[in-house]
Design a protein around this ligand. Sequence first.
Ligand code: ZN
Length: 413
Amino acid sequence: MEYPTLLPRFLKYIKINSRSDEHATRFPSTEREVDFQKVVMQDLVDLGLSDVHYNEKAGAVIAEIPATTTTTVPVIGFLAHCDTADFNSENIRPQITKNYDGQSKIQLGDSDFYLDPAVFPHLRDYQGQTIISASGDTLLGGDDKCGVSELVTLAEYLLAHHEIKHGRIRLAFTPDEEIGTGASHFDVPDFGAAFAFTVDGEKPGKLDWGTFSAAQFELSIQGVDVHPAVAKGQMVSALKIARDFQNSLPAQEVPEQTSGREGFFHLLHLSGIVDHAELEYIIRDFERDGLEARKQLVRDIVDQLNAALGTPRISLKIYDQYYNMADELKQHLEIVDLARAAYRDLGLEINEDPVRGGTDGSQLTYMGLPCPNLFAGEENMHGRYEYTVLESMYLAVDVLVRTVSRLAEAPIK
Ligand SMILES: [Zn+2]
């Protein structure tokens, strides 16, 4: 159904710059995120939600939609993140294309950039619908202001429709998802939900409950630099060692040559001179065993190279980032089933392709809050081609309403 306040609310939110900053040392990473959260918080107060507060530890706004039934229903939570990705987000000027014809290129503002169905074929799925894009020089911020505005709209709708029976619903508006640090601060006890969903996904029907398992490692290489004229037998080039390490990894297992359920090693950063070099990689695999095997391969290569050098010139720091939430959610399939049922009730075709990345739910699930990800209507995230579709956002709110209703009809344990 149509929710008349959803579009104005979304437009208001995306115009507020709330980009996070991965280089910041504070938490939340930027003050502008907090400024945006305060706006959301005031809207929640104005709508009359309960227990609206800012949790300092989590850097999150928490609120509750009180139950409308006296039967025992588990407390369900929904989360949306307030920060936007690492792309220009100053002076976002949304552009609305109503009744899109499904074939034309949409010029982004007066820029040289276009949303072109030849490049982005998914645009053709939205014939007759309302496309919301930015103007060529910024991202849109639909990731995740789609989710934020959908949750606030859900609250407004349920507070006006007491005839819809549901248990207690907890909402959280979180920081720093895009830089991967927000979820680790989350206050699961204060949130107080038995399980939750992030509302931060792509097109209608997408249901994410499988993600990569992830690790990161850093190599620091110490060489010996002497004048090339007298280098024989003395120079040890850190750059050559770096090259040898890189060449020892499986050449095909990189992001640009993998898809589906295939994992990879990805060199993120490389810098150095003959004297020293630093490298930074991420490792991704859908299987925990696979992740461990990849980590072991890295350790083995480092050991072999160090042994061949006769002295340990390579030091390795390796750490896990997050794990595939599916491993944990297999124990709680009733939560996934609840979302599936809500999607089906609305006639949506379900797409459960695993996410080749992580979500806040990947961490939260392992912090004791099982947390799959629902679609929010985001498309082409993280850049100037980002757009969303108003009708997708309406459907996302429908799914939320249907999910809480179903849970009250047939409470899961
Ligand atoms: Zn997101």
